[in-house]
Design a protein around this ligand. Structure first.
Ligand code: ZN
Length: 95
């Protein structure tokens, strides 16, 4: 079975440098009737939010659709408002 997409989560190593931009798209040739712009899945969103927290920079997300349509967000905060960050737990459990 051919897969229509691959996921950012599958990257094996964590980046040591800030991620500045990510492009998301699918192979529209596999389903010519599909015409929606796709966005990152929930798992990838959480990973990207954590990278923003880790490096303290915004990540631009390019969602590339059919016929060169592109939807751009300049930070994961736009895709995941009120997102979870492990930083919240940093002070818990310490005495
Ligand atoms: Zn994903």
């Amino acid at each position: 079975m051919r897969r229509a997409s691959s996921h950012f989560l599958r990257i094996g190593s964590k980046p040591q440098h800030p991620v500045k931009a990510v492009a998301v798209t699918i192979n529209y040739d596999l389903n010519p009737n599909f015409d929606e712009i796709v966005s990152p899945c929930g798992g990838c969103r959480q990973v990207l939010v954590e990278y923003e927290h880790k490096f303290g920079n915004n990540i631009t997300i390019y969602m590339v659709g059919k016929n060169e349509r592109v939807y751009v967000v300049r930070s994961m905060k736009q895709l995941m408002p009120m997102s979870f960050s492990g930083d919240v737990l940093a002070d818990f459990g310490k005495k």
